[in-house]
Design a protein around this ligand. Structure first.
Ligand code: CS2
Ligand code: MG
Length: 408
């Protein structure tokens, strides 16, 4: 069996999805997601200029060797652009494998460990009142877990994950259009004063059974993160996400000495080498990698297995920046993984998105049910794709009030 051609599409409804389609000599094709949020043209270019010309003529069934060929063969290993491009190839090759076997991917991993996989919604409000409305909305929809992000009184601008208008509280989708980023201003002291007792109020509002998560989005210094984690201990958070910038992995030691709050990290990691020490030293409780950013199913499965040895559960990134192909790859891993924890799920299911990526993966009662179709179980409608083109975007840049640059 041989790969005969491959093409890359960039565009989509509200997001620039980067979609790879690999064709073979056997009337079977595979699909993969290479969307690197706000830098989408870069993995697309890497695929087109270097990787696809090498793929032609390869046997798509040898997905392991093809992964190693690109990873080791590049010499300059890792990095988000390369790993997103490899991720798309790897997803597409697993899609082909599943179609050849006539099995959904989770069967090739070892079958199902659960029927529905728990997801969390993103509740948001510019103030606590709006946030409580947003939480109630998702709980009424049947979600068992919500991540809560609240505007901070006196904070000069809204910060990560906080809606700017009431209209966003039911469907928060960030729009970072333009090459020039918008500037956000951050104030750690205000956040540290307001957020802990706000989390207490949220726990009182939802009761003991709803799982509550919170994303600090890399904003705190190690000592501040330790103090914050200690203060919110009684809230019983399901997880505290990215309390510190993930580059300094030792930072979490201090937090661990002062708090037992579960820590989730990894949405910016792109390889096992970014998280093996965090996992082996048991400094985290949830690993947040995404199948797209971390080199595809082959590589992420290795991370999941390593995590399992150290009681670390999965909590794959699922921001709307990933296409339904990445979410499908994660749905198959979630169905299988013995150490599954939770899946982030920020509403993707617009009619336009469903028309571009038809599938039978479905959500009900706060759980995600994986499709039984062979392979990834997602198709790609090229006629729909022709409607969209690329629009440049950038993540916000964060400064402190005196102008010092901070972490988004
Ligand atoms: C976030 C992301 O979903 C999350 O947990 O931290 O929304 C993140 O800000 C974006 O995906 C950045 O591309
Ligand atoms: Mg996050």
């Amino acid at each position: 069996m041989k790969i005969t051609s491959a093409k890359v599409f960039v565009g989509g409804p509200a997001k620039n999805y980067v979609t790879l389609k690999i064709m073979t000599d056997q009337d079977i094709y595979g699909l993969g997601d290479a969307t690197l949020n706000n830098r989408e043209t870069l993995p697309a270019q890497y695929l087109t200029d270097y990787l696809i010309p090498n793929l032609i003529g390869m046997d798509p069934r040898n997905s392991e060797d093809i992964w190693q060929f690109f990873f080791k063969g590049a010499y300059f290993k890792r990095g988000p652009i390369a790993m997103a491009a490899f991720g798309a190839i790897d997803m597409a090759l697993w899609d082909i494998k599943g179609k050849l076997a006539n099995m959904p991917l989770y069967q090739l991993f070892g079958g199902k460990s659960r029927e529905g996989a728990m997801v969390y919604a993103h509740a948001t409000g510019s103030d606590l009142e709006d946030l409580l409305d947003s939480i109630s909305y998702f709980v009424e929809q049947g979600y068992k877990a919500v991540r809560v992000q609240c505007g901070i009184p006196g904070m000069p601008t809204a910060s990560y994950g906080v809606s700017e208008s009431k209209a966003d509280v039911k469907n928060y989708i960030t729009n970072f259009s333009g090459v020039k980023p918008k500037i956000e201003v951050w104030d750690t002291e205000r956040y540290m004063r307001y957020m802990p007792h706000t989390l207490e109020r949220i726990r009182e509002h939802v009761g003991p059974d709803i799982k509550v998560l919170h994303d600090v989005h890399h904003r705190l210094r190690p000592r501040e993160a330790a103090a914050f984690a200690k203060q919110v201990e009684s809230v019983g958070l399901f997880w505290l996400e990215d309390p510190t910038p993930a580059d300094d992995q030792d930072a979490l030691k201090l937090l661990r000495q002062h708090s037992t709050v579960p820590v989730a990290i990894g949405e910016v990691f792109n390889s096992i080498w970014d998280c093996n020490k965090l996992i082996e030293n048991e400094l985290i409780d949830f690993i947040r990698v995404a199948v797209t950013y971390a080199g595809g199913i082959t590589h992420v499965k290795r991370i999941v297995d390593l995590a399992g040895l150290h009681h670390v559960r999965t909590g794959f990134h699922g921001a709307p920046s990933h296409s339904p192909l990445c979410m499908a790859a994660q749905a198959h891993l979630n169905a299988w993984a013995p150490n599954f924890g939770i899946q982030e799920y920020l509403i993707l299911g617009t009619p336009e998105c469903d028309a571009l990526f038809p599938s039978e993966h479905r959500m009900a009662g706060g759980l995600m049910y994986v499709s039984d179709a062979p392979g990834l179980g997602v198709d790609f409608n090229e006629t729909e794709a022709a409607r969209y083109s690329y629009t440049a975007g950038s993540h916000p840049v964060v400064r402190l009030e005196d102008g010092t640059l901070w972490n988004y």
